[in-house]
Design a protein around this ligand. Sequence first.
Ligand SMILES: *[C@@H]1O[C@H](CO)[C@@H](O)[C@H](O)[C@H]1NC(C)=O
Ligand SMILES: [Zn+2]
Length: 383
Amino acid sequence: MVKFTLLALLALFPLALSAPPCSHQKHVKSTFDLNYQTNSEPLFGSLRLIQTGEDKEPEWMTENDVMKLKRNNINFMDVTDYLELGTHYKPSNRREYPVKPSYNEEVNPFIGNLTTKYMEENLEKFTSFHNRYYRSEYGLESSNWLFDHISNIIENHGDKSVLSIRKFSHNWKQNSIIARFEGYDPDKSNEVVIVGAHQDSIHMWLPTFADDDGSGTVTILEAFRVLVTGGFKPQRPVEFHWYSAEEAGLLGSQAISLEYEKQGRNVIGMIQNDMTGYIGSRSAEHIGIVNDYVDEDLTSFVTKLIGSYVDIPFSLTKCGYACSDHASWRKAGFPSAFAIEGDFSDSNPHIHSPNDLTKYISYDHMLQFSKLSVSFAVELSHA
Ligand SMILES: *[C@@H]1O[C@H](CO)[C@@H](O)[C@H](O)[C@H]1NC(C)=O
Ligand SMILES: [Zn+2]
């Protein structure tokens, strides 16, 4: 999620400046943070090509300029390496989704196996890394932990003839992760249904980052677990994606969606889970369904899934341009949707700050999103 509070940033100054230089350098390979604060040349030297609106021309910016965008709550895509995104795919006809969900008998037993227990354990672990910043060693370590954890689920509980996992490497340290169920229908092997979340945290200074987006990470992980242990056999392939570098301008998801676009894959639908843990204070508990910069028909189908499989209602909300990784899939020409913890304006005020802690999130709330992920995977794998 790209949302920044000025207070959160101000809170960082004393911390970063008071860190002893030696130990600081030991843990943080670069002096990126100090450079940033002294407003000198950006450490990584190169300018980045940044887009802040669908109809806006991308602009060259320094890393400091990019940080200013974050502070000012301006969403962006870093398109420097992905100018090709959306230029290959030739959309066929608009996709039609079912009028209503119809695989209740298959979905419900999986949903019955969902538990907050594993989400809690996994989130405690996932927030224990010093950070999950995409360019840091810690970001790589947290990503490797996630990879090993998913591999173990497959190894110990899964049918290895239909399940696989891979690291999608980038030209930065942290990998994205893709876990995949093969479909049994050979005619649909080029099609894919995608459930996504992002692994990375916004920067290298502070630990935790529970809700953004540790919550989405473990939400879809729990959905994946019950599908594996329950022996899910989809008709067309289903993938679970954990993206790197969302906070840096949707870099991981742009890299992957560009690859799929170039390979001519047919993405039937993609749903992003970015922040699923915080129950807003202004209205009754619900799921926020984003209805700007998304596929209308897929989003409408998602609201029907909520009606059939989720115990709380939904409410439509807007999030703006390039709000999370679903935007990369949209740009590639594929239908994507976005479910968030509640109304965007009433979402977790602690994100991107030292207070993005597990104590502010509800595992029961997250479980509702796992139900949505399971139903999305099962229904769209057959539809
Ligand atoms: C529920 O999970 C257990 C393993 O924990 C598994 O044996 C069982 O088949 C699962 N049930 C369903 C309906 O997925
Ligand atoms: Zn964020």
